[in-house]
Design a protein around this ligand. Sequence first.
Ligand code: ADP
Length: 398
Amino acid sequence: MIVLVINSGSSSLKYQIFDMKEEQLLAKGLVDRIGISGSSLTHQPLNKEALVVKEDIENHNQAIELTVKALTHQQQGVIKEMNEIDAIGHRVAHGGDRFADSTVISDEVSNKIAMLFDVAPLHNPPALMGIEACARMLPKVTQVAVFDTAFHQSIPEKAYIYALPYEISKKYSLRRYGFHGTSHKYVAQKAAEFLQKDISALKLITCHLGNGASIAAVNGGKSVDTSMGFTPLEGLVMGTRVGDIDPASLLFLMEKENMNIEEMNSFLNKKCGVLGISGLSSDFRDLEEAAKNGEHRCQLALDIFAYRVKKYIGAYSAVMNGVDGIIFTAGLGENSPTIRQAITEDLGYLGAELDHEKNNRRGEKEISKQGSRCKILVIPTNEELMIARDTFRLVKTS
Ligand code: ADP
């Protein structure tokens, strides 16, 4: 079965295409600057030269048309004709409390995704544009929505209800949803495979550390708590997002700096995090370099970032009454020994002991010392494969 995976943003569309017989990636690509001048498509087939198309791409319909053209291209294509595509899986950021699993897309599902525009104004509208564009171009192909929030729907009420008046929480469905669910689920499953243990018997803490960062407590394969909340702004310190903060300080700042709601929202999402603390960059490579050269604010940003992750590890160990594995994933989690060391230093009380040599070796999966009671693992995430797997599973059984 051939599965196309689509991750549709407001001005970009990423895709990957898999042959699910061997879970083999055939090609991936990016349509960039949709509706903006200078738009292009870059198509990278496996073991073949890339195809780059530079032309005006006005909207998501054109982006999908161009994607299908690239996939069926005479030289750089990976399928002969578009009806070889058996199913399409879409990444959808917000499923609210309506979707606890991936689902085959119907008109009703599309309507529900649209009803969540209010809580995910940046992410759900482009996802629906991608879905509608595929439906127009490939009307006979089954489409599946895979939600970033779905994995966290198992979180108990005591962990997802905020201390607001209960009727207000209910009126606006204002609660913790959590994000990066596809990634947390994927690495938790991979960790169980690696440890050769049944996931139902494992207490895991998964740390997805990229530009956006979140952490999850996964008990017996189910998410029981996570750091992102109603939106992806809560929790860890991120590249440019503030994470946990006293809500009163926002009111204070709005008054002092004369900011309106829109300005405050943009400030909290784009100007804070390690960028705000360091004043230099949101990229951890820049910060690590500058910290080595003695830049205090860059070192401080790294320290604060690691400290916050460490605090959550302590909290989630308490929530689960112990932890068998701490898993690092995403750009920073997979690639920065420095950050992993700063986070896992002094976790002896959990029985987690970092092996410094292994931590510094690229490609090592287990980076804890032999005999460490709690394993520390580095597992590259693969959200697209997870979306393809869910799509395959649902189409097979539908
Ligand atoms: P997102 O998907 O949220 O945009 P990624 O998972 O791609 O983010 O992670 C991107 C971040 O990973 C970059 O901001 C960078 O700081 C960090 N990163 C990538 N490689 C390294 C590295 N070798 N050392 C330190 N940080 C790295």
